[in-house]
Ligand binder design. Structure first.
Ligand code: 1CP
Length: 354
């Protein structure tokens, strides 16, 4: 397993080719998944370890990617807090009793994930057992801000008005909420690691709505304490979108690998992050709707920007969209593998030129 290309890249070791996996690689764009979902509601699927493991493993088999990501959701940890989680058809997630005040934060139920979401850890064990030995399993959690945004807004949001209102209104309440989420998320991901997850990704999907000054004041210390609590030896990927204004701060917060979206060139991003960290990204998910030639051109551009340096994990800049044609996703994985081997040969030949 030490020789898995994905884990090697996380550790910034030399790899034979550039590893690739894709956020949301198991999900609605896959006919097999849609067929399963016709029979099983989403939350039931997440709570049935055999099925969650099956979906995790099937995506790897279908795509030929270099890592698996556990089938679960960042919102699963909210249900045991007593806020009423529902995935309604079409409208996305709903939190029935959103948190809007200090009294609401005080009412949040805090209990060990091993008791409240044992099905996630069981899914990790089953997925690990079902995967080929050389394919690592990535566990994950939402990061505190992104999780809090659902908890406070009551669902998806555009402007995060309630979240920021709470953040600006009462520093003590905000801190209490962040500290509770950090404790909970730490136990949750360490539980996944104990069950067999070999890397962890923190999804801070909506962090890009914050100014750098607000990130520093309201988020950075909590992210640092989150990273400090993770079981050592397991690489952690720190992912966000719309983070072009925040890359230095995300790096300061922590992570062995920093996720980069497509709104910035990968080489520019990597320079700002520093070449002493690995990076993951950063193709626009919508290029998967482009003709093959354009897709290939874009894949080559990203690989070129990575410059054959150690520590690049190819991914999209955000998750695969549900309408994406599966065959284009398979083609992308092959293009990354072939393109990075070609680039490696070119680089080696250049080195030989006196
Ligand atoms: O209808 C369905 O089948 C449900 C769709 C779905 C799926 C397939 C949801 C509901 N969650 C998931 C699985 C999921 N979610 C995975 C595992 C699959 C994989 O990656 O292969 C992961 C890693 C997530 C993480 C997740 N959930 C994020 C972070 C990633 C991202 O896209 O930024 C977020 C924000 C969520 C919340 C969520 N879950 C589901 C919905 C509809 C939403 C809301 C998204 C939004 O607010 O726009």
């Amino acid at each position: 397993m030490r020789n898995s290309v994905f884990l090697q890249a996380c550790r910034r070791e030399k790899t034979a080719y550039t590893p690739v996996w894709l956020m949301r690689q198991a999900g609605r764009y896959m006919p097999e998944y849609r067929a399963l979902r016709e029979r099983v509601p989403f939350l039931t699927l997440c709570k049935t370890p055999d099925l969650a493991a099956q979906v995790t493993v099937e995506a790897v088999e279908r795509l030929g990617v270099d890592a698996a990501i556990l089938f679960a959701d960042i919102l699963l940890i909210l249900e045991p807090m007593g806020v009423g989680l529902e995935f309604s058809k079409g409208d996305g997630p709903v939190i029935h009793r959103p948190v809007r005040s200090g009294a609401d934060v005080d009412r949040l139920v805090e209990s060990p994930p091993a008791e409240t979401v044992p099905f996630v850890f069981e899914a990790v064990r089953k997925a690990r057992a079902g995967l080929p030995a050389h394919i690592p399993l990535i566990g994950f959690s939402g990061a505190p801000f992104t999780v809090a945004s659902y908890l406070i807004e009551g669902g998806s949001s555009r402007n995060y008005i309630e979240t920021k209102r709470l953040m600006y209104q009462d520093a003590g309440v905000w801190r209490a909420l962040m500290e509770l989420l950090v404790r909970n998320i730490t136990a949750y991901v360490n539980g996944q690691i104990a069950a067999g997850a070999q890397a962890i990704q923190f999804f801070d999907s909506w962090i890009g709505c914050l100014s750098p000054a607000d990130y520093r004041a309201f988020i950075l210390p909590h992210m640092q304490s989150l990273f400090a609590g993770i079981t050592p030896g397991v690489p952690v990927i720190h992912f966000g979108t719309d983070t072009s204004g925040l890359l230095e701060l995300l790096t300061e917060a922590g992570g062995d690998v920093i996720g980069v979206d497509w709104r910035i060139d990968l080489d520019t991003a990597w320079r700002r992050i520093g070449h002493d960290r690995a990076v993951q990204g950063n193709l626009d998910p919508v290029t998967l709707f482009a003709p093959r030639d354009e897709l290939r051109k874009q894949v080559k551009r990203v690989l070129h920007e990575a410059g054959g340096r150690v520590g690049h994990i190819f991914n999209l800049g955000h998750g695969i969209l549900p309408q994406t044609p599966v065959e284009n996703v398979v083609a992308l994985v092959n293009m990354v593998h072939e393109g990075s081997e070609e680039l490696k040969v070119e680089n080696e030949e250049e080195e030989k030129i006196p």
